[in-house]
Design a protein around this ligand. Structure first.
Ligand code: ZN
Length: 239
């Protein structure tokens, strides 16, 4: 069993709730699809948690923004304020960790080419969004492709969307699949619970899991640190 998490966005309460859920299920192997930082008030704590567990991670566009590798022109005004704030508070050792992350991880799992990427793996540094109804040519890149970035949890096959929001599904071993585990720290599918997914590589199953966390606490930290109120409000809405 493998857990895949993404788009944590400095939300410590959500990350702790998800990591507890993963631990309670006895899952030891975790992949992270990037955007560990940005938007929220606990960038150092979130990076340190990821550094401290058995987790292979790729880099996301907000991590790139904080590293100064991505022009701020590509972010909305709330994203820019949060990136500038994160640059001020992040510790050097945590920046170095973000800098060490690759754009893509490729693994062979049960004979399948499995890809982990923040955005469309075709050109990951272009940060192209993929959605349940827009997958571009991502299927060219592997057999099972995990992406984040849109904060919308879904499972697609080459024939279209199979699962949204939450639940379990068997994968067809003869088809390719594109999976977004949703966002740990800023879900945007209208459901305000943290989202991640579990890949059961033996039974060839995917489960999208939703986990409640203390949104009020996260909101209050965002306000206390002078970050835009909308970044806290949207957590209650799951938007
Ligand atoms: Zn994100």
């Amino acid at each position: 069993m493998i857990a895949i998490i993404s788009d944590i966005h400095s939300n410590l309460e959500a990350l702790n709730a998800v990591l507890d859920d993963i631990k309670n299920r006895g899952i030891k192997k975790i992949f992270c699809l990037g955007d560990i930082v940005g938007y929220g008030a606990n960038p150092n704590e979130c990076v340190e948690l990821i550094r401290g567990i058995n987790c292979k991670s790729v880099v996301g566009n907000h991590d790139y923004g904080v590293l100064g590798k991505e022009s701020l022109d590509y972010f909305n005004k709330y994203g820019i304020i949060a990136i500038l704030w994160t640059k001020k508070v992040i510790k050097n050792e945590n920046l170095k960790f973000l800098e060490s992350l690759p754009l893509i991880i490729e693994e062979k799992i049960k004979g399948k080419k499995v890809i982990f990427s923040h955005a469309n793996p075709k050109s990951p540094e272009l940060w192209e969004y993929l959605f349940p109804d827009y997958v571009d040519d991502a299927f060219d890149c592997g057999d099972i492709i995990f992406v984040g970035h849109s904060h919308i949890p879904f499972v697609n096959s080459e024939e279209g969307n199979l699962l949204l929001h939450e639940g379990k599904i068997h994968l067809d071993g003869d088809k390719k699949h594109l999976i977004n585990p949703g966002s740990v720290g800023q879900p945007r599918d209208g459901i305000n619970k943290a989202s991640y997914c579990i890949f059961d590589e033996k039974d060839f199953k995917i489960e999208i899991v939703r986990v409640e966390y203390d949104i009020k606490k996260t909101y209050e930290k965002i306000i206390k640190n002078g970050l835009p109120e909308w970044l806290g409000e949207r957590l209650f809405l799951g938007r």
